[in-house]
Design a protein around this ligand. Structure first.
Ligand code: SAM
Ligand code: DTB
Ligand code: SF4
Length: 351
């Protein structure tokens, strides 16, 4: 049985404490900005463990305070450099340590990439994310090419995101100058479970890159993957890490593991879809103003489960037939889905 939520924190300045009459739970009225960064892990656990109806209700209340509940941002991914990555992330088909059936591909031509973005923009996609299988962003000619891609996509009026691995402060500044809106760099899981998934880098490496991104004035896209064999307390640990970043990541992708043959996690049992729903609802409550993205794994979720993820507060999805290397629902399927739910795509740079 899930624990009864209890919060024992004293109110922070500008915040009032009140007792929820029905549940007897102490809640904290938000401060002026409506955001909190001092969440305790026990509080996050208590939210995650609420009865599902209560959790969804609370997530919906928060969602409506900060977002239009019928709007969803669409984001398209492209893999600009595929495979052969020196990192050993156990979930990733692009790691050179494993034997997944993917075709390695060097850095794409900027003109081609901007052309793909243009097509996406014409279909109404408002955010474009370029991913590369690098441990860290390269220096020299290849980095210049990436800057060219960023300038090109930015000139289309789209939100531009990159995920290139670790960045130096100087690289972050150059990406910002080229017009980068957001940088994706996931914490993936809790600090405690991290070493079971990746041995070639540590949590602090990730936090350092996130700090460089912030310092350069680029918004942060940071989330994780569920279903890697972690415990519920690790999912809570991840959410706690994200919600105590100040400011919160503007975009929080929640990925369900795509189990790829040849990777060490290929035969992990499928995650209960309700854990995705719980994680999304908890993220919504903890980080009210952030976009919470129902990211990888939609192919493995039923339409009802996807619907619950939206009800829980997800307001962004990846569109297009492919994520980076694995399949994603196609345009027709997604159009139908949004139409069935009465939801509409969000305009670029809009809240
Ligand atoms: N190499 C860069 C990095 O790791 O930050 C950028 C590309 S990497 C593929 C981007 C993110 O994709 C990872 O941080 C991970 O969260 C997600 N990802 C990779 N493989 C996945 C899988 N099989 N299922 C779900 N998410 C995955
Ligand atoms: C994120 O959190 N998920 C995306 C994006 N950010 C870069 C990547 C998902 C990759 C899924 C596996 C693949 O297609 O290779
Ligand atoms: Fe490399 Fe990124 Fe894949 Fe890890 S997740 S192996 S860093 S491409």
């Amino acid at each position: 049985m899930r624990a009864t939520p209890q919060t024992t924190r004293t109110a922070v300045p500008g915040e009032k404490q009140r007792m929820d009459r029905e549940t007897g739970v102490l809640t904290h009225r938000k401060n002026q900005s409506g955001l909190r960064y001092d969440w305790k892990k026990s509080e996050v656990q208590a939210i995650y463990d609420m009865s599902l109806p209560e959790l969804l209700f609370r997530a919906q209340v928060v969602h409506r305070e900060f977002h239009a509940p019928d709007r969803v941002q669409t984001c398209q991914l492209i893999s600009i450099k595929t495979g052969g990555c020196p990192e050993d992330c156990a979930y990733c088909p692009q790691s050179a340590h494993y034997d997944a059936d993917i075709e390695r591909q060097g850095l794409l031509d900027p003109e081609h990439v901007v052309g793909v973005a243009r097509d996406a923009a014409e279909r109404g996609v408002t955010r474009f994310c370029m991913g590369a299988a690098w441990r860290e962003a390269p220096q020299g000619k290849e980095f210049e090419k990436v800057l060219e891609m960023v300038r090109g996509v930015s000139s289309l009026g789209m939100e531009v995101c990159c995920t290139l691995g670790m960045l130096t402060e100087q690289q972050a500044v150059r990406l910002k100058e080229a017009g980068l809106t957001a940088y994706n760099h996931n914490l993936d899981t809790s600090p405690e479970f991290y070493g079971s998934i990746i041995t070639t880098r540590v949590y602090d490496d990730r936090l350092r890159t996130l700090a460089a991104v912030r310092k350069a004035g680029i918004t942060v896209c940071c989330g994780g993957i569920l279903g890697m064999g972690e415990k519920a307390s690790d999912r809570v640990g991840l959410l706690h890490q994200l919600a105590t970043l100040q400011p919160h990541p503007e975009s929080v992708p929640i990925n369900m593991l795509v189990r790829v043959e040849g990777t060490p996690l290929a035969s992990k049992p499928a995650l209960d879809a309700l854990e995705m729903v719980r994680a999304i609802a908890t993220a919504r409550i903890l980080m009210p103003s952030s976009r919470v993205r129902l990211a990888a794994g939609r192919k493995q979720l039923s339409p009802e489960a996807v619907t619950l993820c939206f009800v829980a507060g997800a307001n962004s999805i990846f569109v297009g037939e492919k994520l980076l290397t694995t399949p994603n629902p196609g345009a027709d399927e997604d159009e139908q889905l949004l139409q069935n739910l009465g939801m509409k795509p969000l305009k670029s740079h809009a809240r």
